[in-house]
Design a protein around this ligand. Sequence first.
Ligand SMILES: [Zn+2]
Ligand SMILES: [Zn+2]
Ligand SMILES: [Zn+2]
Ligand SMILES: [Zn+2]
Length: 294
Amino acid sequence: MDPCNSAQDVVLCHLCETPVPPLYCDICQINLCKTCVGEHILDDSKLHIVVAVKHRQSLLVYSKCPEHTSKLCELHCEQCDIPICVQCVFSKKHKAHDAIDILHFSERKKKALQADLEELGKTIYPRYQEIASTILDQKADLKSNTEQLITALNKRRCDWHREIDGVISKLKTDIENTELNHLTVLKKEEDKINNILTEITEKISELKKEQDSNDACLFLKYKSRNEEFRRLPPKLIVHLLSFSFKDIDKKLLNQQFGSLSALSITTEKRVYTLKTPETNTPYLDDDDDELLKL
Ligand SMILES: [Zn+2]
Ligand SMILES: [Zn+2]
Ligand SMILES: [Zn+2]
Ligand SMILES: [Zn+2]
């Protein structure tokens, strides 16, 4: 019986109640007119499958029996799970089997199919959509984490460069100060020696004069200073600075500079819950959580 034929059962658009709408959403199981269909599919909380009502087969098409070609398969064998004809029921193969009316069977199957379709559109598809958007978030997190790490590394590099520059400038100051101190000591010694040299030169010319004069009086007054000049000043030994260092211990260097935590991707169980209120039981599989090592 076609429901459109009886006046009290006129099909209306689910949204605006326009009679005999040409479209139908297989997921929401509602009729829609052309005006309302756009708004309906804009709701992206679920997947909508909109079909033309005229494409929805209301009459069951029977297949021909492959064994008895003049017969149509109007029955279904429960044990063999295949369509059979009335003649098949009495055949040797299906004699002991249970045959049910194919209309009844296909109604059962259609209900199961409709339930699957609804679950796919209303729950499973949106869940996968949600997962896909989580992956987008994870990719964004990964990118921003990389940026943060690189910023931290650059900051660390600046800190280390500053420390190394500090060490170098302190050592440079030490080298320059040491040079200055040593130079002062050497200058003082140089002056002292130059003074003695002057004194010796003066002494030599004084002695030459006295020798040439042959003055007895001067000879009598003569006092030798050679004893004094023989006492040579102590030799100054300047210990020059040297720069020593240990080989760079790369392991220690890495430890001190900082290291990255181990990279890994782990998995966690997702709980699947049906959206329909009467079957609100979580669906779990038995797989253990896995750790995927990179
Ligand atoms: Zn409408
Ligand atoms: Zn829909
Ligand atoms: Zn048959
Ligand atoms: Zn059978």
